[in-house]
Design a protein around this ligand. Structure first.
Ligand SMILES: [Zn+2]
Length: 274
């Protein structure tokens, strides 16, 4: 037994049926326009990234990081993390960076991005800059040009497939560069000017001291998101740098602020003396 539609609705339909044709056409146009608007709005909203292992934090929590800041006259510093992502240390670091509202730059290995795609997605979702550290961390200066190209391009392809983005910069493993490396890489090469030596020291206090001894405006700090001792060092380091008036930027923000056009195949890292 079907439910009777309300009388008001029926009388509306009768009136509509008796109405003049131009009114019907107008109604159809309005309904069509409404539908088109909905489709257009749906196409504008970003596709949500599905991450199975981590609870995503809300946009509102990260919003302060997205605010475009006025960096004029500020002392700038960029935290950079190489060799990840990995399953345990990278998420720990992300939690800390969220807590401190700091955006960093991650030079990821294509092979690890492929191994831990969910972690890579979380780094991207948190608003950090993601650049390339090649596919397999080989010393590019010891490779045939074809293999150099492979190491770079395979990592670019991995990032495209996993994150849908492309790296702008390549940080060659070990900072090893020669003319062949320069000739065979289409991206600018990004090094650093402050070495935390975290890979060697593996001790938060020593990493802290080593880094703070070199700190300067437009510094690019080299660290690795594969050691828990590095994560332990990062919190106090952020606090110490903030207390000295440093503003945290990604490498891209630093380069943009310096208004430098980077040239493919050239190596950069020291923006302090420009
Ligand atoms: Zn490395």
């Amino acid at each position: 037994m079907s439910k009777k539609p309300p009388l008001g609705f029926i009388s509306f339909l009768r009136k509509f049926d008796r109405s003049v044709p131009w009114f019907k056409v107008l109604c159809l146009i309005l309904i069509g326009a409404g539908l088109l608007c909905d489709i257009w709005r749906a196409s504008l909203s970003p596709t949500p990234v599905h991450i199975s292992h981590y609870p995503l934090i809300s946009d509102a929590a990260m919003r302060p990081l997205y605010v475009r800041r006025n960096l004029t006259g500020k002392k700038l510093i960029a935290l950079t993390f190489d060799d990840g992502p990995v399953a345990d240390v990278t998420p720990q670091l992300l939690g800390l960076l969220r807590q401190k509202a700091v955006r960093a730059t991650f030079f990821m290995l294509g092979s690890r991005m492929a191994a831990f795609p969910d972690v890579a997605k979380q780094v991207a979702y948190d608003g950090h800059e993601i650049e390339s550290h090649t596919m397999n961390h080989r010393n590019l200066t010891q490779l045939h040009p074809n293999d150099i190209a492979y190491e770079v391009n395979a990592a670019v392809d991995a990032q495209k497939a996993i994150l849908g983005t492309e790296p702008w910069l390549v940080r060659p493993p070990y900072g090893a560069i020669n003319p062949s490396v320069r000739a065979n890489i289409r991206q600018p090469l990004m090094l650093w000017n402050i070495d935390s030596e975290d890979w060697k020291l593996r001790d938060p206090a020593q990493i802290h001291a080593k880094t703070m001894a070199q700190v300067k405006d437009s510094g690019i700090i080299l660290m690795h998101d594969v050691y828990s001792s590095t994560v332990a060092a990062v919190g106090p380091l952020i606090d110490a740098l903030r207390s000295q008036g440093y503003e945290f930027v990604t490498v891209k923000e630093l380069v943009e602020h310096r208004q430098i056009s980077l040239v493919p195949g050239y190596a950069y890292g020291n923006f302090s003396e420009l």
